[in-house]
Design a binder for this molecule. Structure first.
Ligand SMILES: CC(C)(COP(=O)(O)OP(=O)(O)OC[C@H]1O[C@@H](n2cnc3c(N)ncnc32)[C@H](O)[C@@H]1OP(=O)(O)O)[C@@H](O)C(=O)NCCC(=O)NCCS
Length: 188
């Protein structure tokens, strides 16, 4: 399923080979990767090539998608500044997980929130899911601020580990219900 989503400043679209340099430059940065569970450090061209190959296979697979992985492209420059994903999609249960990263040079401009919001809308409105499960590592104030402002609630804690720096940490598990999201749409 090759899907693109337009937002005011961003295009969320499938990953392609031309994105490999942007992927390496965004993710080969411990300030970003330390908050992600499955990103190695250093993050190499080979890692980026594997990622793009995996995403292309996912997008081209028959049947309902198990995951949708989007490159986040800034409309004003056409540069890829991050990635956002909807994964572990379970249509039967109505649930999915996912994550996001935005390159350090582009933090604090509202792009994370805009991309995540678009992903949420896609999951609830277009895929008909009812519950999104996310999380963030202890100390990741930016991620929690972004999720809280989008209506996520903290529902628990689990032990986790950052692949990039190997530290053991606590992951705060977060959740957004479609009913809460719908209510926020009507109340603003
Ligand atoms: C988390 C991340 C995606 C946020 O992206 P961003 O584009 O910098 O965030 P935004 O500019 O959209 O900010 C969203 C909200 O959080 C707030 N915020 C951002 N950083 C913050 C911080 N460090 N502390 C407190 N609030 C913060 C912003 O003020 C904004 O609120 P507003 O909409 O009311 O203005 C980005 O910091 C990132 O990629 N970090 C590294 C990887 C990562 O942590 N991924 C998530 C893993 S769970």
């Amino acid at each position: 399923m090759n899907i693109s989503i337009e937002t005011p400043h961003l295009t969320l679209r499938p990953w392609c080979e031309a994105d490999i340099p942007a992927l390496v430059s965004g993710l080969n940065d411990l300030a970003v990767a330390r908050w992600l569970a499955f990103v190695p450090h250093p993050y190499t061209v080979a890692d980026a090539e594997n990622w793009v190959r995996r995403c292309r296979a996912l997008a081209e697979a028959d049947g309902p998608p198990a995951a949708c992985e989007f490159a986040v492209e800034l409309k004003s420059t056409r540069l890829v500044i991050g990635g956002v994903s909807l994964n572990k999609i379970d249509r039967h249960a109505g649930t999915a997980g996912g994550g996001i990263w935005i390159g350090r040079a582009h933090h604090g401009h509202g792009y994370g929130r805009e991309a995540f919001e678009a992903k949420i809308r896609f999951a609830f409105r277009d895929l008909g899911l009812t519950r999104l499960v996310n999380g963030y590592f202890d100390g990741n104030d930016a991620s929690w601020a972004m999720q809280r402002k989008l209506g996520y609630r903290r529902v628990g804690k689990v032990a986790s580990r950052s692949m990039a720096d190997g530290r053991q940490t606590t992951e705060h598990v977060t959740m957004l219900l479609r009913s809460d999201w719908q209510e926020r749409q009507t109340t603003g």
